[in-house]
Every structure is written in C-alpha cells, then in structure tokens.
Design a binder for this molecule. Structure first.
Ligand code: CDP
Ligand code: CDP
Length: 224
C-alpha cells in the first residue's frame, strides 16, 4: 500500500493502541502512540517534583525533555531523555494527572510538532485524541473508535489485573469517565470525532473483529 496517514482517535480504552499497532505491523507503517508522549511529560513532572497542575512549571520543563520511541510489537519502547519509561508512564499517578498536562497549549504545540515530523517520514498509523481533528487533518483514513464505558473499564481492569495492579472495576470506571470528561471539555484540541472520521462502536467486538472492520474502512477510503 502507498504510504498514507491513518488516524485512530477515541476515548480511553477503546482499543486504539491495540488496533493501531496491528494495522501498522500488517501495513509496514510506523505506529505513533501520541498518548505516550503526554504521559512522558507527566512522568517528567512527577519525577522532578513539579506539580502537574502548575501550568507554567510544567511548560518550563519542555525544553529539557526528549521523547523518543523504539519500534517494536507488541510493545513499542518509550524513552524520556534516553531512559526507558515504557512501563513507568502507565502508572496510576501518571494516568491521574495526564489530562491536566495535556490541556496546556504549549505542551500540545510541542507534542504536535514532533508528531507531524514523524508522520512526514512515510506511512503512519497514529492514535490519540486529536489526530483526525488537529495533528493530521488531511489523513486519508480517520477512524473514531468508541465502546460503552462499562466495556472499556472492564478491558482496562483485565489488563491491569494481568499486570498485578489492584484497583477495583468501579475505581477504573470512575477514572476512565473522569479522564474522558476532562479530555472532551478542554479548550484546545478536545477529544472529538473529526467531521470526516468513520465512527466504529467496538462494544462486543473482539480485537480481530475491530481490525477487520478498520481494514474494511481503509479499503473503502483508499480503494485497496
Ligand atoms: O491509552 P489510554 O486511553 O489510557 O490513554 P493514552 O492514549 O495513553 O492517553 C493518555 C492521555 O493523554 C489522554 O487521557 C489525554 O489526556 C492525553 N492525550 C491527548 O490529549 N491527545 C492525544 N493525541 C493523546 C493523548
Ligand atoms: O489505546 P486505548 O486506550 O484506546 O485502548 P487499548 O490499550 O488498545 O485497549 C485496552 C484494552 O482493551 C487492552 O487490554 C486490549 O487488549 C483490550 N481490547 C479488547 O479487549 N477488545 C477490543 N476490541 C479492543 C481492545
């Protein structure tokens, strides 16, 4: 397939990264996990004792941060100033503070610039919240993945249990709802379906079922 841009957006635990990674592997495209970038900035703040709610202090960190990826499937490694942070960026502390950090305009400007730079290098599957609306407005394929909040919380619960994390299903559901609310109501580039995105409700669908449905959407959009 020609090197096109595929944007996958949607709320927390809709299956974006799982689906995007499989597609990128199958198409031999680069996968970019933009959430990992906002998570890395949040981790940097927490590590350096900077309050994530203090916008100016978080912004002051930006010139000193270098976020990079090492391709890999199923796990793409994430590095912050050369140190691997692949697991650290998934901690509850990071998850609980990332929406605040991602609401800051200067943080978004810096991350979006890096995301566009990567996308300019060839075929890309990028997942996030504002890829179809802001980062890659001309992406050939835009998919907006959704699922009921109950199912999304259950997916994250099972994933966390497998990692030995101990939050209850109710706690995870509340955290997912809160993050979705913050991400959808922020001023800059809120979580929103792009006008030309195809919405896919994945409630009750297996991972393979979603991959097949997205491949169908790609075929309809680019005729392959
Ligand atoms: O995988 P999960 O749904 O837990 O979230 P993520 O994709 O890792 O994103 C973490 C957070 O980063 C989101 O809740 C948003 O606050 C922020 N984010 C964003 O603002 N814009 C993006 N393009 C991607 C993530
Ligand atoms: O990236 P995002 O937060 O949207 O979700 P994810 O991390 O790809 O998926 C969250 C969890 O749901 C993972 O454990 C996936 O294996 C699982 N999942 C699922 O059970 N069924 C799907 N159709 C998609 C994802």
């Amino acid at each position: 397939m020609e090197p096109i841009q595929i944007a996958i957006d949607g709320p927390a635990s809709a299956g974006k990264s799982t689906i995007a990674k499989i597609l990128a592997t199958d198409l031999n495209f680069v996968y970019v996990d933009t959430g990992a970038m906002y998570r890395s900035v949040t981790l940097a703040a927490l590590k350096q004792g900077v309050n994530p709610a203090a916008e100016a202090d978080v912004i002051a960190l930006l010139p000193h941060l270098e976020i990079s990826f090492a391709p890999g499937n199923p796990v793409q490694k994430v590095f912050l100033n050369g140190e691997e942070v692949t697991d650290d960026i998934r901690s509850n502390a990071v998850t609980g503070n990332v929406s605040a950090v991602a609401s800051y305009g200067a943080v978004r400007t810096a991350m979006v610039a890096q995301q566009r730079q990567i996308a300019a290098q060839g075929g890309v599957v990028m997942d996030g919240r504002d890829i179809g609306t802001t980062v890659l407005p001309d992406a050939e394929v835009k998919v907006f993945l959704i699922a009921s909040v109950k199912e999304r919380a259950l997916r994250r619960f099972k994933e966390n249990q497998a990692k030995g994390m101990t939050e209850t299903l109710a706690e995870i559901e509340a955290a997912v709802e809160k993050r979705d609310y913050l991400d959808s109501h922020r001023e800059i580039s809120p979580l929103k379906k792009a006008a030309d995105a195809v919405e896919l409700d994945t409630t009750g669908l297996s991972i393979d079922g979603v991959v097949d449905a997205v491949k169908q959407i790609i075929a309809e959009k680019v005729g392959k």
